[in-house]
Design a protein around this ligand. Structure first.
Ligand SMILES: Cc1ncc(COP(=O)(O)O)c(C=O)c1O
Length: 399
């Protein structure tokens, strides 16, 4: 694809390496000439139960023949059922949900609600969090946000309590912070997982001051990290959760879910937010079916086996080639960081050759990291074939 001949606006600096993709099935993409690619990225980390999943296609056909869209002031029992299902999965029974269209929108909705109920002026998040394409959390302006750089905490020597020993921790202006927006695995292309004790300590202190814990599960949610939700690795219970990507398996639906306590705090003044596709039946039907497919087919359990196969293969390749600095992974959210490649040319060449051989991985311009977020439905054979190809490409590129 030649970017200069296109009539579309593209995100800058990304390689447009694929041919004209005309068909997709489970983890495979096919171009117009019939070439097959193994999609190890799941689009933009969305198709967790595989492209063109038959049950989702059936749901789309059946629901859209009944009703896709209605005004956001009309009720629909199926949308209620989907909301109950999501709240129950999150352990937020008795709370409320809103169905929206994108991850950015779900995060922003949660942030606006939080800002409308907290008493303190600031919300806190991590410096490396990606919170969406627009909105308060994406801008992270100083009068609304305190951003915490947790990198030194990654190697913290203390066992449990943060506050007693650490200046870094003591510098957090807790008295001004009314909520903590946590991304349980940074998806900003680098894939880093903050330490459990740090997050538990922050959440506990925020709560003690009457603040809210918001979790951005847009990428980590719905089985991506080997549990239903990324925050379950941290033993924290959120007040507000944003879901996107996998909940629609490629269809643009997202959700913001609220604990009953937040709904109580909102009281008679719910957020005034009107959007044409808010609580649309089609998106809700898809979300409901995605959850059912994952449960019925035991896909989260299955993905753990695939994840350990992938990780042990990558670890072996790292030991044999000496070219990999670090592999960071949780479930099927995986990043491979290469050694000493400040110009990132090695990463670019490896990425291009893998695409040429039919394997699609994620690459963010400017960082020496390749990323894998395959569907939970990927076959073991495809993982094995990829590992073989990856080893060969590393040796070829290094030589
Ligand atoms: C953690 C996280 N939050 C929010 C978003 C924004 O979601 P969307 O691109 O659907 O607006 C993304 C997208 O990559 C994400 O990874």
């Amino acid at each position: 694809m030649n970017e200069h001949k296109s009539h579309l606006i593209w995100y800058p600096d990304h390689d447009l390496l694929l041919g004209d993709i005309v068909r997709a099935e489970n983890c495979y993409l096919y171009d117009s000439r019939g070439k097959r690619y193994v999609d190890l990225e799941s689009g933009v980390w969305c198709t967790s139960i595989g492209h063109s999943n038959k049950r989702i296609l059936r749901t789309i056909a059946e629901q859209s023949s009944r009703i896709m869209h209605n005004g956001f002031n009309y009720s629909n029992e199926l949308v209620e059922e989907a909301a109950r299902g999501i709240l129950s999965l999150l352990g937020l029974d008795g709370g409320r949900c809103v169905f929206l269209c994108s991850g950015s929108e779900a995060v922003e909705f949660g942030v606006r609600v939080a800002q409308s109920v907290i008493k303190q002026p600031l919300l806190m998040t991590m410096t490396d969090s990606y919170c969406g394409a627009y909105g308060s959390a994406s801008r992270k302006q100083k009068d609304e946000w305190f951003c915490f750089d947790w990198m030194t905490c990654a190697t913290c020597p203390y066992e449990e309590e943060c506050r007693e020993h650490c200046q870094h921790w003591a510098d957090i202006p807790y008295e001004n912070i009314g909520g903590f927006l946590f991304e349980p695995g940074s998806s900003s292309g680098l894939v880093r997982f903050p330490p459990e004790k740090l997050i538990r300590n922050i959440a506990a202190l925020i709560r003690k001051n009457g603040g809210l814990v918001l979790v951005n599960e847009v990428t980590t949610g719905i089985g991506r990290t080997g549990l239903w939700f990324g925050h379950q690795h941290y033993g924290i219970s959120p007040d507000i959760v944003a879901l996107g990507k996998s909940i629609g398996n490629g269809y643009p639906v997202s959700v913001t879910a609220f604990a009953p306590g937040v709904i109580e705090q909102l009281g008679e003044k719910p957020l005034k937010y009107a959007q044409s596709h808010q609580n649309d039946p089609l998106g809700a039907a898809i979300a409901l079916e995605v959850m059912a497919v994952i449960k019925d087919e035991g896909l989260i359990e299955r993905s753990k086996g695939i994840a350990s196969l992938l990780l042990s293969g990558l670890t072996g390749i790292s030991e044999r080639t000496g070219l990999i600095k670090e592999i960071r992974s949780r479930g099927l959210m995986v990043a491979i960081e290469f050694k000493d490649d400040s110009e990132t040319s090695f990463t670019i060449r490896v990425h291009r050759e893998l695409v040429h051989r039919g394997y699609i991985l994620g690459r963010r311009p400017g960082v020496n990291v390749l990323r894998l977020d395959p569907s939970l439905t990927i076959d073991r054979e495809d993982v094995g074939d990829f590992l073989e190809a990856f080893m060969a490409v590393l040796i070829q590129t290094d030589g």
